[in-house]
Design a protein around this ligand. Structure first.
Ligand code: NAP
Length: 303
């Protein structure tokens, strides 16, 4: 553990939603390389169980639990203080946590829960932790998107689904497109900061056998999850390979603003590269979470 071949020994890595699925696998594998891990879960009991399992599997006891609902802006602000108390700098931030819901729900901030969890949570967290990421010699932000983003029908007048007919899958696909628009605009802003060396990349993990749709509680979905998904999906172990690669590989040094599938740079949808859309989404996201990114040092929007 101490002689990590990829140089992760002692690095500080934060993973949202590390109590199950891809996030837990990523946390476990990076812990095996000797990194200090912080997992963010919304449920303390599930989080403590996951921490114990990650310690047992990785033989690394440097695993810290942060209990936070990342859909809550107030809790994220508290979380960023707790993370900064624990870690002087962050080397890796994996924005992994996400939901796929059946019915429209609102958070305590009055925001549709998929938007709040899958996009605004990572957006606010990166802003709040930006200076802590900059303190690393080589920080990496990894946004787990999905190739489903290609099916997204984005409406920047109604990201929150107050005017359109709600569909859990549509809200999910929109959020995964937002992950990419965010990744590309963040990269561009970081490039405007001559001193910043934070790398930002996004990925699709593949179709992975997890419980991502567990809230999508229909009879057909339950049949799909039990009988079909295990056959047509890759394992969590395989699904974690690309985020682990982006977090740990030397090959990624100097690579930023890219979308990866199977550890290879891929093209995301045409819409995801739309610069005016990236900028509009950034502004809207600032409004939703009530911040100005300049206050957090996150650079200027450039052409
Ligand atoms: N599985 C796939 O086929 C697939 C395909 C493409 C992309 N992805 C992406 O891969 C990532 C991981 O998905 P997965 O399949 O591993 O899903 P998963 O098994 O459902 O795990 C999601 C994790 O996120 C956590 N989470 C959800 N909402 C949260 C919140 N508000 N605050 C804190 N934690 C929260 C969950 O915690 P709880 O246990 O408390 O719910 C869980 O730990 C997601 O970004 C997903 O969009 C997955």
């Amino acid at each position: 553990m101490k002689n990590s071949p990829l140089g992760m020994d002692g690095k500080n890595c934060i993973i949202t939603g590390g109590n199950r699925g891809i996030g837990k696998q990523v946390a476990t594998e990076i812990a095996k390389m000797g990194a200090n891990i912080g997992i963010i879960t919304r449920n303390r009991i599930k989080g403590e169980k996951a921490v114990n399992e990650i310690i047992s599997d990785s033989k690394n006891n440097q695993i810290t639990l942060f209990v936070t609902d990342i859909a809550s802006q107030e809790q994220l602000k508290q979380l960023s203080k707790e993370i900064q108390q624990k870690f002087s700098h962050i080397d890796v931030l994996v924005n992994n946590a996400a939901v796929l819901l059946r019915k429209r729900e609102e958070t305590e901030d009055g925001i549709e829960r998929t938007l709040a969890t899958n996009h605004l949570g990572p957006f606010l967290l990166v802003n709040l932790l930006f200076k802590t990421l900059e303190k690393s010699k080589s920080a990496r932000v990894i946004n787990i998107s999905s190739d489903g983003h290609r099916k997204a029908e984005i409406d920047i007048e109604d990201l929150n689904y107050t005017k359109r007919k709600y569909s859990g899958f549509k809200a999910y696909y929109q959020s995964k497109l937002l992950n990419l628009l965010f990744t590309y605009e963040l990269t561009s802003r970081i490039e405007s900061l001559s001193s910043s060396i934070i790398l930002v990349n996004a990925l699709d993990p593949g179709r992975v056998n997890t419980d991502i749709g567990k809230n999508y509680d229909t009879v057909s979905y339950r049949i799909f999850s039990k009988l079909i998904r295990p056959v047509i999906s890759i394992s969590v172990h395989q699904g974690a390979e690309t985020p682990i690669y982006l977090a740990t590989s030397r090959e990624v040094n100097g690579v930023s603003g890219k979308y990866f599938i199977n550890r290879k740079i891929s093209k995301s949808s045409r819409l995801s590269y739309d610069r005016p859309l990236q900028k509009s989404v950034w502004k809207l996201s600032e409004n939703y979470v009530g911040i100005n990114s300049e206050d957090y040092g996150v650079g200027d929007s450039i052409e």
